[in-house]
Ligand binder design. Structure first.
Ligand code: 5BU
Length: 260
């Protein structure tokens, strides 16, 4: 069934979640549905990539626990870069413990993720307590959470009823949950944002179970809102030119949808 798509701008207006509203607004203003997964182990290199690629993305996705040289200074610089280029920061932490533990993992330790990451994500395997724990501090600080409804990797167990349960948990916790990590649209509610990793032009996967789709497949066929690209950009000969290519591919696929 082909139904008329709402634009990012229209969806921003419908959102009550502050982070979802902000992200849809950025996507509209920057004409970008591209998230860059900057999976490098050097903070200096990460900051350079963030500054170079920043103009073309709506979101920067990090794994700060792979950095060899994490510091408070890095956080300050990353926040400044996000402000300079108008993108949000998503720490791909994949919280997956009881509420009390994830709460501590979110606010304390070396990383203090809640202080700087606009968005985090969580597995739903522990049940809704994982969301309740994170939202205790996340909601007052106007942070957002994505639930992992599906994964891009081969043999993932996040399918069927598990995925359906993720949608239900999102609906019941929509003051904090703003959307999903998935491989296709999970709900027609326009306030939830769908983000898909496992995106590459001309690649089918890696040696460790990753599976890729093209930006057009993800956006036009599978109806996801944000494409998450890591090595497709990182390993390119010219990462900046390649980021522009992904930005255009992703946004063109979205515009084709809205015109239908
Ligand atoms: P790639 O280099 O584009 O394959 O990187 C994909 C990124 O998305 C990487 O940081 C993964 O940890 C992340 N990811 C994923 O690939 N698949 C998933 O289902 C989830 C996260 Br959830």
């Amino acid at each position: 069934k082909q139904k008329k798509m709402l634009t990012y701008q229209q969806r921003a207006a419908l959102c009550t979640h502050p982070v979802a509203k902000r992200l849809f607004t950025i996507m509209h203003e920057k004409r970008s549905n591209l998230a860059f997964s900057v999976d490098v182990t050097s903070a200096t290199q990460l900051l350079q990539f963030a500054d170079d690629i920043g103009p073309y993305i709506c979101l920067l996705k990090t794994h700060v626990d792979i950095l060899e040289d994490f510091s408070q200074d890095f956080v300050t610089r990353l926040q400044a870069t996000a402000k300079k280029h108008n993108f949000l920061i998503f720490e791909d932490r994949k919280f997956a413990d009881i509420g009390q533990t994830v709460l501590k993992q979110y606010i304390s330790g070396l990383y203090r993720i809640c202080d700087w990451a606009h968005i985090v994500n969580a597995h739903i395997v522990p049940g809704p307590g994982v969301i309740h724990g994170l939202s205790k501090v996340g909601v007052p600080k106007e942070r957002g959470c994505l639930l992992i409804g599906q994964m891009s990797s081969q043999g993932s167990l996040a399918t069927g009823e598990y995925t359906t349960a993720a949608v239900k948990m999102a609906e019941e916790n929509s003051n904090f949950v703003m959307g999903f990590i998935c491989q296709g649209s999970l709900t027609d509610d326009p306030r939830f944002i769908h983000m898909a990793p496992g995106v590459q032009l001309g690649g089918s996967g890696d040696q460790l179970g990753q599976q890729y789709n093209s930006p057009a497949q993800m956006v036009t066929e599978k109806r996801v809102d944000v494409i998450i690209v890591g090595r497709g950009i990182l390993n390119a000969e010219d990462p900046v030119a390649t980021a522009k290519l992904y930005q255009h591919a992703g946004f063109e696929a979205y515009e084709n949808l809205s015109n239908n």
